[in-house]
Design a binder for this molecule. Structure first.
Ligand code: ATP
Ligand code: K
Ligand code: MG
Length: 686
């Protein structure tokens, strides 16, 4: 995929970024970054000084101050450009296509009878209903209302095997730009134009609409405080030096130009100039891992996640729960059980329900006409954990989770035989889901629903454990099935028989204990929990409700993607920390470069501080300003790529980064400023 191989300085991206950097010179854009705004005002001020009294030194300082602002703009523009290019590669999927918009109020059951008219895909609105047939491109994100189709989603996921999309279950979401390979589906459009996940991510990346995260705000406040301190120091230097000159009856007070240069060199311009690029680059890295993030805050939170909650079906398992066997209770024939199970499932549009009808057919039962039965159907809900049908004449058929059906038959005065409970437990211990079927107060037996744990998952959970993240599986399924799947998948803990409310409560509990919670899920019943979690990753195969509630979508629908997400978050936090350290450590050298040069005319004693032996005061000041500007450019690759992350302890990482970026930040400018000073001296201009 092209979006995985973006070079750091792609010439195709550099040109628009340079233009963008110029456009960002607008005061409104600058004001968003208070530290750089000070540089901006300083640039304007020194330009005015240069205009009033043009000299090479003054003009050079003014020019390099403008470069400082431009380089910071460039860093941000480059980061944004890269992300936008990646996202555009995804959005490029939305070629101009036509959609078959259905006339309202039709019965969706039979493909031949459907009436539709063509409409441009761009004109589709949320709530519109379209027909998509073999060979058609899916015109917009949406939810399948009727039909079953195989869909090629390789354009999005890079996965070449087609997937099945059908109504009812957790596999009902289709994504714009993918292609229907066979059969047909009727889809309800879920988003207005310009509001897809890719659109939302692009909006996030675009500076103007990108909100600062709480961490960024906290850091900005710190940087502004530092800036104010230095501003205070520099402003008071002027009267001080004038006073000193008057008292000594000689020497020269420090000039305004030098004071502005000093201020810019001392305030933390490096991190201020790169801060937003670091944040945007984090989202880009996620996109490279096929994760669309719609919240910068969530990307940061990912770096500190303590607990990961996962839904079982469709997240840990493939989610294609298929009826595999009928296990009748004592005194009930298999045919009797199959018949009741089929009747209870005729209107059940979930994959589970449909698979029961199919299995019953293999037992020689012919398909029945739903309409001819005159039954009223009871649809599955995550609260009751049952579904079924009420037939005319008072026959009530139910199927559902064993405990739910047990309560149901006992409430009607029926028995739940010990043999049946045994069969339920056996099925569950195999990791399958037992559904108990009841006819009135009589429990008839068990339907075994088989599901398969996704491959390679155990090793990945072990990796998460090594990162210090606890994994908890939460499922609506029974305790034994949950335990079997939990053991097979290698999660640390599990919660069984969980309602949507229980999932939500568990997250709140962890959060109340001060833990940051990540959640991955795919179902509508995961939506409340996803909305509550700090990092909420919805599977792309999941329902629209889950995707809306989350703050990230994993295009590969891989529950262990959280490893990459956490690494990206950690890398983001570390990069920010490293560059802040570097930025502040830089001041030491700049201080030794500028202060003796600036004040040696006022206080000759300061010559003792002149450890760098720079060519002249003017050259010293200009060298420091140039270094200050160039260091921003030099660090753009690091800001975009992020500092190297390795899974060693947090303390060891911190020590290493302090050594590299703290010590480096002190030493590098001494070398850099001296080198620039030598170059300037060599030109003989100053
Ligand atoms: N169509 C259905 N008819 C009746 N009962 C069902 C049906 N589908 C599921 N159940 C029962 O309800 C329980 C909860 O279902 P559901 O799949 O919604 O759980 P969940 O909370 O999404 O958990 P997970 O997806 O992790 O398994 C299932 O374990 C099963 O026993
Ligand atoms: K600086
Ligand atoms: Mg589920």
């Amino acid at each position: 995929m092209t979006r995985n191989t973006l070079p750091l300085f792609d010439p195709a991206l550099l040109r628009p970024a340079l233009l963008d950097a110029l456009r960002k010179l607008h005061p409104r854009a600058q004001w968003r970054n208070p530290v750089m705004f000070v540089v901006y005002v300083g640039s304007a001020f020194t330009t005015a000084l240069a205009a009033a009294d043009p000299g090479l030194f003054t003009i050079a300082v003014a020019a390099w101050l403008w470069f400082t602002v431009l380089f910071a703009n460039l860093a941000e523009a480059l980061a944004e450009g890269r992300s936008k290019a990646q996202a555009a590669a995804l959005r490029g999927l939305k070629k101009k296509t036509w959609a078959k918009k259905l006339e309202p109020g039709q019965d969706l059951g039979a493909r031949e009878a459907l009436r539709w008219h063509p409409i441009e895909a761009d004109a589709l609105r949320r709530g519109d209903v379209v027909l998509i047939e073999a060979g058609d491109t899916v015109p917009a994100d949406g939810e399948v209302q009727a039909g079953v189709a195989s869909v090629d989603e390789s354009a999005i996921t890079g996965e070449s095997a087609p997937v099945i999309r059908e109504s009812g279950g957790d596999f009902s979401a289709v994504t714009g730009g993918t292609r229907v390979l066979s059969d047909w589906v009727v889809v309800r459009v879920a988003v207005d134009p310009g509001e897809t996940f890719v659109d939302r991510m692009i909006a996030m990346v675009e500076g103007a609409r990108r909100r600062k995260t709480p961490n960024e705000i906290a850091l900005t406040i710190l940087l502004v405080a530092l800036t104010l301190v230095f501003l205070g120091v520099v402003v008071t230097l002027l009267p001080f030096s004038q006073f000193a000159v008057a008292a000594a009856g000689g020497g020269e007070p420090v000039g305004l130009l030098v004071l502005v240069a000093l201020l810019v060199c001392l305030i933390p311009t490096t991190i201020a100039g790169l801060l937003s690029a670091i944040g945007v680059a984090g989202m880009s890295r996620l996109l490279r891992a096929n994760v669309i993030a719609t919240s910068g805050r969530a990307v940061e939170a990912a770096g500190d996640v303590d607990v990961l909650l996962l839904d079982k079906t469709g997240t840990i398992t493939l989610g294609n729960r298929q009826a595999a066997a009928f296990l009748p209770a004592p005194g009930v024939s298999e045919a009797q059980l199959a018949d009741a199970a089929q009747l209870a499932s005729l209107a059940d549009e979930t994959p589970e329900g449909r698979s029961i009808v199919v299995l019953a057919k293999q037992h020689g039962l012919r398909e029945r006409e739903v309409a001819a039965l005159g039954a009223s159907f009871v649809h599955f809900s995550a609260q009751t954990r049952m579904s079924g049908a009420d037939l005319p004449g008072g026959r009530t058929l139910r199927k559902g989770a064993a405990d739910a059906v047990r309560r149901h038959v006992q409430a009607l005065g029926g028995q739940f035989p010990a043999e049946l409970q045994q069969a339920v437990d056996e099925v569950a211990r195999r990791g399958s889901t037992p559904l108990v079927v009841a006819d009135g107060a009589r429990a008839l037996g068990v339907v075994e629903l088989k599901d398969v744990v996704k491959g390679g998952i155990k090793e990945r959970f072990a990796e998460l454990r090594a990162m210090g993240i606890q994994t908890v599986m939460v499922t609506g399924d029974n305790r034994l099935t949950a335990a079997a799947i939990a053991a097979e998948a290698g999660v640390d803990d599990f919660l069984a028989e969980a309602t949507p409310e229980a999932k939500l409560a568990l997250i709140r509990e962890h959060q109340a204990a001060g833990r940051l919670v990540a959640m991955t899920g795919d179902g509508t019943n995961d939506a409340p929990a996803l909305a509550q979690a700090d990092v909420a990753v919805a599977m792309n195969t999941g329902t629209q409700a889950a995707k809306e509630a989350g703050n990230m979508v994993d295009l590969d629908s891989n529950p262990t993607k959280l490893i990459e997400i956490v690494e990206t978050g950690k890398q983001l936090l570390m990069t920010r920390g490293a560059l802040t350290t570097f930025s502040v450590a830089n001041d030491v050298a700049k201080y030794f470069a500028i202060v003796p040069a600036a004040f040696v005319a006022t206080y000759p004693q300061l010559a003792a501080l002149n450890v760098m032996h720079l060519a002249s005061p003017a050259s010293a000041v200009l060298s420091a300003v140039i270094f200050n500007a160039l260091v921003i450019v030099a660090l753009i690759p690091l800001a975009l790529r992020g500092v190297g992350y390795r899974a060693v302890g947090a303390a060891a990482l911190l020590r290493r980064n302090l050594a590299v970026y703290g010590l480096g930040g002190v030493i590098v400018p001494f070398v850099g400023i001296k080198a620039i000073d030598l170059l300037i001296a060599a030109t003989g201009l100053l």
